[in-house]
Unconditional design. Structure first.
Length: 85
C-alpha cells in the first residue's frame, strides 16, 4: 500500500493527522512498531536540525543588514530597508 493509499484509508476510518502519519510509518516498516517509531523519530530530528540551520542562517543575514546599514558615511543602527522609519 502506498502512502497515498494509506492516507485515503486513514481518512475513511476517521484517523487524525498524527494517526495517519503513524500508520504510514507503521506500514512502511512492514508493521514493525519499533522500526516505525525509530524512523519517525529520525525524520523528526532531521527536520528539526534543518529548521535550526535555516534559522541560524536567517539570523546571520539579519545581522549583516545591521552591519551594512550606513548612509553617506553615517552609521545607522537599523537594518537595511528600514532607514527613514
Amino acid at each position: 500500500m502506498s502512502a497515498t493509499q494509506a492516507s485515503l484509508a486513514a481518512d475513511e476510518v476517521g484517523l487524525d493527522e498524527a494517526e495517519t502519519v503513524a500508520l504510514a510509518y507503521f506500514q512502511a516498516a512492514q508493521r514493525n512498531g519499533w522500526s516505525a517509531l525509530v524512523a519517525l523519530a529520525a525524520d523528526a530530528l532531521a527536520e528539526r536540525d534543518d529548521l535550526e540551520d535555516r534559522l541560524r542562517q536567517r539570523g546571520r543575514q539579519i545581522s549583516h543588514g545591521y552591519v551594512r546599514g550606513r548612509i553617506e558615511g553615517e552609521h545607522v543602527d537599523k537594518p537595511l530597508g528600514t532607514q527613514g522609519r
